[in-house]
Structure formats: C-alpha cells, structure tokens
Design a protein around this ligand. Structure first.
Ligand SMILES: [Zn+2]
Length: 61
C-alpha cells in the first residue's frame, strides 16, 4: 500500500495567535486554512482581519 508523505501530518491545524478574544479576552487560535480565529474560552469566531484591525487601533506603548 502506498504511503503518502503528508507534510501536514505533524502540523497542528490551529496556530496559536498572539491576540486576545474581542469578546471575553480569552486566547485566540488561528485556524490557518480559513484565516479565522477561534476563542478557546467562548468559542467565538473572528476573521483574522477583524482581529488585526482591532489590535492596530490600540496605541502602541
Ligand atoms: Zn472569547
């Protein structure tokens, strides 16, 4: 039986994002394929762009 060398087999589909949930402040995880982020606490789903925009608005100290 042929074996495929799947480059994704060791990849976690969720990439930990360095952003907080816009609703509850929980950790957001980016789902790389769909460019969405999912909160691990409230399961809220946000588009990556939505999260980026929200973070850009905050002043950088
Ligand atoms: Zn949340």
């Amino acid at each position: 039986m042929a074996e495929f060398d799947n480059p994704y087999v060791d990849e976690d589909p969720f990439v930990r994002a360095h952003f907080d949930c816009l609703d509850c402040g929980g950790k957001l995880w980016e789902y790389a394929i769909q460019r969405q982020m999912v909160c691990e606490d409230c399961r809220g789903v946000f588009s990556s762009q939505q999260v980026f925009d929200a973070n850009i608005e905050q002043p950088a100290d």
